[in-house]
Design a binder for this molecule. Structure first.
Ligand code: 0PR
Length: 369
């Protein structure tokens, strides 16, 4: 840090130049984040200085958090469900494993995740000394329930299913996982970080929420398909009592106990998440999701017309293909197996999809073998 500060002009000239070095979402086909909705930005700015770590100082913001949780309880078909906001999918998954480990209270706890699970579980298990048992997936990249069942033992404290996997956009067989979790009395967590804002707005979507009686918790991220600002996660639990064993004393705060992982917590992105849902309503979200799914189908159909095979038909707006390169300036990603992956986020609108397909078609040399 220099002795003298910069003028605001100099400072913002520098900051704007730095921001220009970032890629623009208009060419990003690899991200599960997107440009926040304008109402999210406005709400975020309005609540910029709020801190849900000391909620008694910000009762208005805390009320928005409660209202957001009530909406998700409704959306996920269990009006009495509880929950809290987090910084995103990683923190939500950590919180789930924290309470599952405490509740089970065995010496060598383990959890069962599908091979497709997000790497946040690896981090969480490392932090908490939990063994992560990996169940293989089937040819459509869904967790194999029989294999998951075989991995269970008396030390298993949680089974995880994913609704809208990060890499292939599919949903694990949650009702079947519910059966085995129920038989063994094990907590079933559904990681719906991505799919939690998609599946409720699609006709005939696979079951993933509290309507499956054994589902104990669901994580969902407003900063992904919820078009909110970063960082924003929600962790829903069927029975709020699971949080009790995470409580610590917070004597000098406005609330005397807290179970959240982080201390200071942004109210701004919570207000932003609330704003998007309030503004869009169910009908608006349905229209948004239908558009993303329509664009996903168009990408798949367009790529197949160039002879590039889809890897799987997804449940959410993630399209995957056999490995092929794409021309610049398009930014795509490749899965651990090497498959091309395109996420049709709201910024990947129909014009973007057509521009990508046209550029791809011009550059692609079909493999004649
Ligand atoms: N669970 C699932 C199913 C996820 O897909 C992700 C993240 C997480 C948990 C963790 O969420 P947080 O990153 O909010 O903690 N999925 C994306 C991924 O890791 C996140 C992402 C977003 C990555 C934008 C890149 C990017 O540009 O691939």
């Amino acid at each position: 840090m220099d002795a003298e500060g910069l003028s605001a002009d100099e400072l913002f000239c520098f900051l704007k130049a730095k921001r220009k070095e970032d890629y623009s979402y208009s060419n990003i086909l690899s991200s599960m984040c997107t440009s926040p909705h304008p109402v999210a930005v406005e709400a975020h700015n309005l609540f910029m200085e709020t801190n849900l770590g000391d909620p008694g100082l910000f009762p208005g913001t805390a009320d928005l958090e409660d209202r957001l949780i009530r909406w998700f309880a409704d959306l996920y078909n269990e009006p009495s469900a509880g929950g809290c906001t987090t910084s995103g999918g990683t923190e939500s998954n950590i919180q789930v494993l924290r309470f599952c480990k405490k509740t089970k209270n065995v010496e060598n706890p383990n959890i069962i995740v599908p091979a497709s699970a997000h790497f946040s579980f690896e981090k969480a298990c490392g932090m908490m000394d939990i063994e992560m048992r990996i169940a293989p997936v089937d040819e459509e990249f869904r967790m194999r329930t029989d294999a998951a069942g075989e991995l269970i033992d008396k030390n298993t404290c949680c089974i995880i299913g994913v609704a809208g996997t990060t890499e292939y956009g599919v949903t694990d067989p949650i009702p079947a996982l519910g059966k085995i979790a129920g038989q063994e009395g094990i907590h079933l967590h559904v990681d719906a970080a991505f799919g939690g804002y998609v599946l409720p707005f699609i006709e005939n979507a696979p079951a993933f929420d509290f309507s499956v009686p054994e589902v104990g918790s669901i994580s969902v991220d407003p900063h992904k398909m919820g078009m909110s600002t970063i960082p924003s996660g929600v962790l829903m639990v069927r029975d709020e009592k699971v949080f009790c064993n995470l409580l610590v004393e917070t004597p000098y705060l406005t609330t005397k106990q807290a179970y959240s992982l982080t201390g200071t917590r942004p109210g701004a992105s919570v207000a932003a998440a609330y704003a998007v849902m309030a503004y869009m309503g169910r009908r608006g979200m349905k229209a948004l999701v239908s558009g993303c799914m329509e664009n996903t189908r168009r990408v798949i159909e367009g790529m197949e017309a160039f002879g590039v095979q889809r890897r799987v038909t997804p449940d959410v707006n993630v399209a995957t293909f056999e490995h092929v390169s794409v021309p610049s300036p398009w930014i795509v990603s490749y899965t651990r197996r090497g498959d091309l992956r395109i996420v049709c986020m709201p910024h990947v609108n129909r014009d973007v999809v057509e521009a990508f397909l046209s550029d791809f078609g011009e550059s692609h040399v079909p493999d004649i073998n």
